[in-house]
Write a protein that binds this ligand. Structure first.
Ligand SMILES: Cc1cc2nc3c(=O)[nH]c(=O)nc-3n(C[C@H](O)[C@H](O)[C@H](O)COP(=O)(O)OP(=O)(O)OC[C@H]3O[C@@H](n4cnc5c(N)ncnc54)[C@H](O)[C@@H]3O)c2cc1C
Length: 483
């Protein structure tokens, strides 16, 4: 346990100003949770520095005095990364919110890491540029959280994750030193890759304060196809064939029948509450038929609409060969938004319906059917409802175990057993326990299933090198770091 931090409040007030040091319990409550809502830990102090120099001063004090610090971005994480499991200080990044430079010649953008993700693209689009990874939480997560969680999104099947766009990072180390990790270049062959080491480190190695991204031209045209299948097996077989056929989809997304039912129920409830006009607008897209087991979305983007239409036709032909029930195509942005509706709504629907445990499995694409079938079996075994949805083109789906009416102890017991079996399921298929949501404090139990003692020792060694006093985000990632 770190020292009690309250007695240092005046020190932090002198560094940051009274307004940016929170200690009242009603103020602290908002920082006890992220979107991992079945957990919560109250911090003792919340600090809101405005730049890397202030963060450096704060960490210098914390390092000297042994005070624990949990960095916090938008608080949208679903693995508990921003939760202060040992109390102490929550360090909010929201005031580091400048887009510092857009360099059109080099096609780069430099931003402070407290910027809301969506705002980066809003600025870039004015220059015809684009940072492709597009997490579903882009409207409320921060760039620093994206980098720290190795975040990605539907576009990652073609364009990769945030990590693939990072050229250089500015980091404040746990002892307060400020450093850059690389250089603002697209190719770098100069020793250990400190930049990539920081990515996915979930605030355990340093505070990322600035990032230089390379960016790409914004595609001019986009087409989206929605496919309905009555057979999980056929839908899964079709996914692999898309790539074997030489197609390069810009999205390839999946939701299962339980997800469809959850969204349909929420839509029905909402439509009872809205007026007749908006109801007729929402009915432009046909509802999903009862015999649909899986919906897939496959997108194509580029410069030439005719070529994209050819790709869409090839995908539709493939789907016919796999017994598709229905093919819907959207070419215009408004149509596309409506066609995307079920995929767009599933995360929000579950968040509003019940407490859930998110499991973010990553596996070889061809294992999708086994993972979904295995998930349903595990759900039945423990009496837990499950929904499966996500980035099937990348072999990465989000399984959510739904708590519904279970009382605390039962939920803890059953969800832990179910999660363990799902981790075993993915590792048996050569998969990973997280593809983009990170480990945080909820998935540490899976680390020893996935990694050998040697691998965990190396990770522990890296942590100790960066943060010998273990003040930065303790209790995250490596199981035996929980003190
Ligand atoms: C509805 C919904 C949809 C989502 N969709 C996606 C999706 O499509 N793809 C995806 O990958 N994820 C998705 N997520 C998960 C989540 O949004 C991502 O993990 C996101 O990257 C977290 O960013 P954040 O700013 O909210 O970080 P937080 O939750 O605040 O923090 C996450 C971790 O990063 C650390 N951290 C934050 N900022 C910094 C910093 N500057 N320096 C060092 N450490 C830092 C924290 O300590 C913590 O460990 C979704 C979540 C929700 C609720």
């Amino acid at each position: 346990m770190g020292n009690s931090v309250l007695k240092y409040k005046d020190v932090f007030v002198s560094l940051l100003g009274e307004r940016y040091v929170l200690s009242e319990s009603e103020q602290l409550e908002g920082y006890a949770q992220d979107e991992t809502r079945d957990l919560g830990y109250l911090p003792e102090l919340v600090l809101k520095p405005k730049n890397s120099a202030e963060i450096s001063q704060v960490l210098t004090v914390c390092h000297r005095e042994g005070l624990t610090v949990t960095p916090r971005g938008g608080g949208s994480g679903v693995s508990g990364g921003a939760q202060p499991v040992e109390g102490g200080i929550v360090l909010c990044m929201e005031r580091l919110n400048s887009i510092c430079d857009i360099n059109q010649s080099n096609m780069t953008v430099t931003v402070e890491t407290g910027v809301i993700t969506q705002e980066v693209n809003e600025q870039l689009m004015q220059y015809g540029l684009w940072l492709p990874p597009d997490p579903g939480s882009a409207a409320f997560c921060q760039i620093g959280g994206n980098l720290s969680e190795m975040a990605a999104g539907p576009k990652s099947v073609k364009y990769g994750a945030f990590k693939d766009y990072v050229l250089n990072l500015q980091v404040v180390l746990p002892d307060g030193r400020i450093t850059w990790t690389g250089a603002n270049v697209r190719k770098l062959a100069c020793g250990y890759n400190l930049t990539q080491l920081m990515l996915g480190s979930e605030g355990t190695l340093g505070i990322i304060t600035r990032v230089v991204f390379k960016v790409v031209p914004l595609p001019k045209e986009e087409i989206l196809v929605r496919l309905a299948f009555s057979s999980l097996q056929n839908a899964c077989d079709m996914i692999c064939k898309v790539f074997e056929a030489g197609l390069t989809p810009s999205e390839l997304e999946f939701i299962d029948r339980d997800s469809i039912d959850a969204v349909s129920a929420a839509k029905k409830e909402a439509s009872n509450a809205i007026d007749a006009n908006s109801k007729s607008a929402s009915e432009v897209v046909k509802e999903v038929s009862d015999n649909t087991e899986v919906l897939l979305w496959i997108g194509f983007d580029g410069a030439n609409r005719d070529l994209l239409l050819e790709d869409a036709e090839t995908a539709a032909d493939l789907a016919q060969a796999y017994g598709v029930l229905e093919v819907l195509v959207a070419q215009e942005p408004a149509q596309k938004r409506r066609l995307w509706e079920y995929r767009h709504l599933i995360g929000k629907t579950i968040m509003e319906a019940t407490i859930f445990r998110d499991i973010d499995l990553s596996f070889p694409r061809s294992a999708l059917r086994d993972i979904v079938v295995g998930t349903k079996q595990v759900g039945e075994k423990y009496g837990l409802r499950t929904v499966c949805f996500g980035h099937c083109g990348d072999g990465n789906i989000h399984i959510q175990l739904l708590r519904d009416e279970l009382e605390d102890a039962k939920w803890d017991e059953l969800s832990t057993l179910a999660v363990t079996e799902l981790y075993e399921l993915t590792t048996a298929h050569g998969g990973a326990i997280s593809g983009e949501h990170g480990i945080g404090c909820v998935a540490t139990l899976g680390m020893s299933l996935m990694f050998s003692e040697v691998q965990l020792e190396l990770m522990q060694g890296i942590k100790t090198l960066f943060d010998p006093k273990n003040i930065l985000n303790p209790g995250k990632i490596i199981p035996d770091l929980s003190r």
